[in-house]
Write a protein that binds this ligand. Structure first.
Ligand SMILES: Cc1cc2nc3c(=O)[nH]c(=O)nc-3n(C[C@H](O)[C@H](O)[C@H](O)COP(=O)(O)OP(=O)(O)OC[C@H]3O[C@@H](n4cnc5c(N)ncnc54)[C@H](O)[C@@H]3O)c2cc1C
Length: 388
């Protein structure tokens, strides 16, 4: 193996595979490296992905990669029409959102396949130890490589981000069950709030079909106290007055754990020849925890920037500017809204009051990281108009 590589992409999730595909398609020599023996496995995701027209409304300035806009039907397990939110006391607001529920395992393999087809070399079962100029590989491939550009798409616990000196941002910790034989409304993706079932976060039911669903909780460690995630998720499934009726007769087929960045981008997403993309760069909408769309847009931008740099058309510094232009505003606003809602999440009464004050269309705006006037009014009430 030659140690001279043009682009090494670490991580074959949605960010890394998209970056590898784009850079290779633009003529770069690319290695796509993942520690997983089988790309896409194990899955750590609910699989919810808004339809392309919803994503265009969510990220109006971003150019969506084709693989994000047009997911082939064979990777779409199910489609939903509604997003439904429950307050701690059980009142409900819903609005129309066209959603796809994708088979993440197959989707990640598909994205890596697209990268391979574009000419990238795929290296599974290979762990990359972060260095700012060289990377030490161990596992199936061994040795040191010195890429001209490193795209670090190595997920929420990124070694490259740590090496760059970034602090560990706010995170949600998640536990999810794939359940069957449940009695759900399969047209709706549901979110449930309340300190008893999802402290500092929310619980979800994402339908996978008429009687199967991904059921999970994403909470923040600082809100957890002594309880462990399985205790809380089991309580949601067994005891929640509304969700319990849908779930408690079901069976669990799979258990998944994972971490979701919730604090936006770190101090730096580029240093020297290293570009961070996706979860490694905190590129997750903090209002929903949805990370696939931003990861793929950032992967596209990273791949284009790397190829442009190698062809002498662009500098790597442009990466930050390009990311900022495509979705910086929406990501920043989602973190702002999350911080605001954080204050309310400490008290079920406060959350109930906010639910009561907001119309369904306001909720939809919030999920799209837009700040409706109604939420500004709630914020002003809560904070004595200090923040506006
Ligand atoms: C429980 C849960 C449910 C979620 N549900 C949704 C959802 O419904 N919709 C949504 O949009 N988002 C969801 N997310 C978030 C979404 O999964 C992530 O935002 C998305 O996967 C980010 O993609 P990525 O490519 O940046 O990182 P990842 O998908 O995490 O990929 C990173 C890759 O890097 C590899 N890697 C890490 N370190 C190394 C190393 N040193 N060497 C080699 N390889 C390495 C890993 O093996 C991994 O394959 C969920 C997250 C969790 C935890």
């Amino acid at each position: 193996m030659s140690d001279k590589i043009q682009v090494a992409v670490v991580g074959a999730g949605p960010a890394g595979s998209t970056a590898a595909e784009v850079a290779a398609r633009l003529g770069a020599e690319v290695m796509l490296i993942d520690a997983k023996a089988e790309i896409g496995t194990p899955v750590q995701c609910g699989g919810f992905l808004p339809e392309a027209h919803e994503l265009r409304a969510l990220l109006p300035k971003a150019m969506l990669p084709a693989a994000l806009a047009d997911v082939p039907a064979r990777y779409v397990l199910h489609r939903t029409k509604i997003q439904r939110l429950y307050s701690p006391s059980g009142s409900c607001k819903e609005f129309a959102v066209d959603g796809r529920v994708i088979d993440r395992r197959a989707f990640d393999r598909h994205l890596a396949h697209l990268a391979a087809r574009a000419g990238a070399r795929i290296c599974p079962a290979t762990r990359a130890r972060a260095g700012l100029e060289s990377i030490e590989l161990s596992g199936h491939l061994r040795g040191a490589i010195r890429p001209e550009v490193i795209i670090a798409a190595d997920g929420p616990h990124s070694g490259f981000s740590r090496l760059m000196g970034n602090s560990v941002g706010e995170r949600g910790i998640c536990l999810e069950y794939e359940m069957v034989d449940v009695d759900i409304d399969s047209s709706a993706a549901e979110m449930y709030f309340g300190t008893r079932y999802a402290p500092g976060g929310y619980a979800w039911i994402i339908p996978l079909g008429p009687d199967s669903a991904n059921v999970g909780i994403g909470v923040r460690a600082s809100y957890l106290g002594r309880e462990k995630l399985p205790q809380i998720l089991d309580r949601f499934i067994w005891d929640h007055p509304i969700a319990g009726e849908k779930l408690k007769r079901g069976e669990v087929l799979a258990v998944m754990r994972g971490t979701v960045p919730a604090g936006g981008m770190p101090e730096s997403i580029r240093q020297g020849n290293v570009l961070l993309a996706g979860d490694s760069a905190g590129q997750v909408l903090a209002t929903s925890g949805g990370g696939i769309p931003l990861a793929m847009v950032a992967g596209r931008v990273a791949g284009e920037t790397a190829a442009g740099f190698l062809q002498g058309r662009a500098s790597l510094e442009e990466y930050e500017l390009n990311i900022e232009r495509e979705f910086g505003e929406e990501l920043g606003r989602s973190v702002h809204i999350r911080k605001l809602v954080d204050l309310a999440m400490k008290s079920d009464r406060m959350m109930d009051a906010i639910f009561a004050a907001l119309l369904p269309e306001h909720m939809k705006m919030i999920m799209r990281a837009q700040l409706p006037d109604a939420l500004c009014r709630v914020r002003d009430l809560m904070q004595g108009s200090r923040l506006r």
